[in-house]
Design a protein around this ligand. Structure first.
Ligand code: PBG
Length: 336
């Protein structure tokens, strides 16, 4: 980096901060609502909107209710949603077969949404946890999470999601070899256009509790996910996972959680120069939301500050439960 040599008082950096016009002229990063992917929890039934206790202001919605919400925010410029099904107990099993049932909750919701909003991007996770009586992302046998047997299931699940019209698949399971097998399956079944956003750097984290409450996988989960998700003391390992996933056919990669892992986002961006996404996960959301509710930090500005942190770290986009709140805020800003 070249160093500018002039000294005070020739150099007065405050000149470029002295008014909002000059500040916006020299602003280094920008952000718009179309940089966000909104994660939505869908449930069976109609007219359902149940608050998730550990995630204030986030709801499990039946598809009719979700459609109305999506319509509202799509009009405000939101272009992408990630659907997470809250699978009923009776559809969970050890073999996880509901994951690839053509008319399961994720697939049927996707069909309805794509029919109504063809140009809205719909992303679906590829992982077995919402369908698994063991709460793990892979098949479990004798207490172990099986890798190769799980791959067969993931390919079937991915194909059923592509068939339903999902634009983006997000393998979030962290099994070895999944991206290659899913990409091969998609090619063979003529789904060449399906995008894979790999959760390449997904850490074994304490910040997923709200999500597990929301989809009901937390209460059944035995043990932890450390045999497949990354160890939070590592960062070179994340780069190796990104490299592997790109060579296996991922189009874009994700880092998860978000704010505690900005260094990982930046290293990936610097090393690979590909689209990187961060997932501001349930635990991060809950921390901020609780502080906001107690008036410890200001609502919109604090949220936006976190979003710009991701942009500075090189992220193309962010998955965040704050997406609708940010959209509401930006629209009030435009009209003032
Ligand atoms: C499951 C999955 C998880 C999240 C997204 N997909 C949880 C987990 O791995 O246990 C977490 C998202 C969040 O906490 O908001 N494969």
């Amino acid at each position: 980096m070249k160093v500018v040599s002039s000294r005070f008082p020739i150099s007065r950096p405050r000149r470029l901060r002295s008014s909002s016009s000059i500040r916006s002229l020299v602003q280094e990063n920008t952000f718009s609502i179309s940089d966000l992917i909104w994660p939505i929890f869908v449930c069976e039934g109609t007219k359902k909107k149940e608050e998730i206790k550990s995630m204030p202001d986030v709801y499990r919605m039946s598809i009719d209710v979700a459609l109305e919400e999506i319509n509202k925010y799509h009009l405000l410029g939101l272009n992408a949603v990630a659907l997470f099904p809250c699978v009923s107990e009776s559809d969970k099993s050890a073999d996880c077969k509901n994951a690839w049932y053509h008319d399961n909750l994720a697939n049927k919701s996707t069909r309805v949404i794509k029919k109504e909003f063809p140009e809205l991007l719909v992303m679906l996770d590829v992982a077995l946890d919402p369908y698994n009586i063991h709460g793990h992302d892979g098949l479990v046998k004798n207490g172990r999470v099986l890798n190769d047997e799980t791959l067969e299931c993931l390919v079937r699940q991915a194909l059923s999601h592509a068939e339903a019209g999902a634009d983006i698949l997000g393998p979030s399971d962290m099994m070895d070899g999944r991206i290659g097998r899913i990409r091969q399956g998609l090619e063979e079944q003529n789904h060449q256009e399906t995008i894979i956003l790999s959760y390449s750097a997904k850490y074994a984290s304490s910040f997923y509790g709200g999500f597990r409450d929301a989809v009901g996988s937390g209460k059944v989960l035995q043990g932890n996910k450390k045999t497949y998700q990354l160890d939070f003391s590592n960062s070179n390992e994340a780069l190796r996972m990104v490299h592997r996933d790109l060579t296996e056919g991922a189009d874009m990669v994700m880092v998860k959680p978000g704010l505690p892992y900005l260094d990982i986002c930046q290293r990936i961006k610097d090393n690979f120069n590909i689209p990187v996404f961060a997932y501001q996960v349930s635990g991060e959301f809950s921390m901020l939301q609780n502080a906001i509710r107690k008036n410890l930090i200001p609502r919109e500005l604090a949220i936006l500050e976190t979003i710009f942190a991701f942009k500075r770290a090189g992220c193309s986009g962010i998955l965040t439960y704050f997406a609708p709140m940010i959209a509401d805020y930006l629209i009030t800003q435009e009209s003032t």
